[in-house]
Design a protein around this ligand. Structure first.
Ligand code: BT5
Length: 265
């Protein structure tokens, strides 16, 4: 497949689409290139950047995932963005913001692009089992910076890893980045406002309904190198995954990487 022509993101169009739907966002900046939008907003949050600040980069030179992994995407081929939230709920609940973002993205993609995505614990959005978006939430001085890398028009040859996909490859009904970003940001704002007022229960329920992980056999790798495997049987209201081990014990996992071992059974 030849490389598609990619028009630059039109900030004014995005802002006008977004303002029709939501008054939550305070500022949306688009830059041509930066190291990492998460790193930029982490710095800005330290200096008091308000809730609702959004930064979108057409290209990142050192985009990152969790545990120093890389996030790689060609210029203008995706939506590479971060935003600042300043939640007022107890800090123990902040971990569920990753799940909230995944839920909001899945629901927006279904509505706007007509694709069925599924959620892989803790931070991936998948289409047909392949990763279309990764989410990275980090806490910085009382704020949470949430970053999303969404693959929009990447061709098969451009995918950085074979387990990736893009909205184009999944046959999305639109690849218009202004439309997708405005729908996603306005929906995140609505879901977040309810979450901040009433807690994470409704987000967790929506995550459960669209989960690719629950019911599956999974291999779990912990940040300290420990590994277990078992069946993902539930998710609690703190966003922790519950895995039933072969001996019947259920382990509750707050952080780790999982691999789906075989199809739902
Ligand atoms: C993530 O980490 O999936 C979180 C990615 C967050 C990226 C956004 S972009 C805007 C903001 N600014 C940043 O610097 N970061 C955020 P993790 O679960 O650790 O997954 C990382 C792994 O995903 C890599 O090791 C690759 O295997 C894979 N990967 C890298 N680029 C990808 C892509 N474009 N599509 C799908 N998979 C990718």
């Amino acid at each position: 497949m030849s490389t598609p022509t990619r028009k630059p993101l039109d900030r004014h169009e995005l802002w006008s689409l977004l303002s029709e739907k939501s008054d939550f966002w305070t500022e949306v900046d688009v830059v041509q290139v930066t190291g990492s939008t998460n790193a930029d907003l982490a710095k800005a949050a330290k200096h008091g950047a308000p809730e609702g600040t959004v930064l979108i980069a057409e290209e990142q030179s050192s985009g990152h995932g969790r545990l120093d992994r890389r996030w790689v995407s060609p210029a203008r081929a995706g939506l590479t963005m971060s935003f600042v939230l300043r939640p007022t709920v107890p800090r123990e609940q902040w971990a569920t913001l990753t799940l909230l973002t995944a839920v909001a993205l899945e629901e927006s993609l279904r509505a706007v692009c007509g694709v069925n995505a599924k959620l892989k614990w803790p931070n991936d959005v998948l289409i047909d089992g392949r990763k279309v978006c990764g989410i990275l939430a980090q806490v910085e001085d009382g704020a949470v910076i949430v970053g999303t890398g969404l693959n929009v028009s990447l061709t098969e040859e451009e995918l950085p890893v074979p387990e990736a996909t893009s909205l184009a490859l999944a046959g999305a009904s639109t690849l218009d980045r202004e439309t997708i970003a405005a729908a996603f940001l306005s929906h995140v704002a609505a879901v977040y406002t309810t979450w901040n007022e009433r807690g994470p229960a409704s987000v967790i329920e929506r995550w459960r309904r669209n989960s690719a992980t629950l019911g599956r056999h999974v291999a779990v790798s912990f940040p300290n190198g420990r590994k277990i495997s078992g069946r993902a049987v539930g998710i609690d209201n703190d966003g922790c995954l519950q895995v039933a081990l072969d001996d019947g014990a259920v382990e509750t996992i707050a952080a780790g990487d999982i691999v789906h071992l075989r199809p739902e059974d």
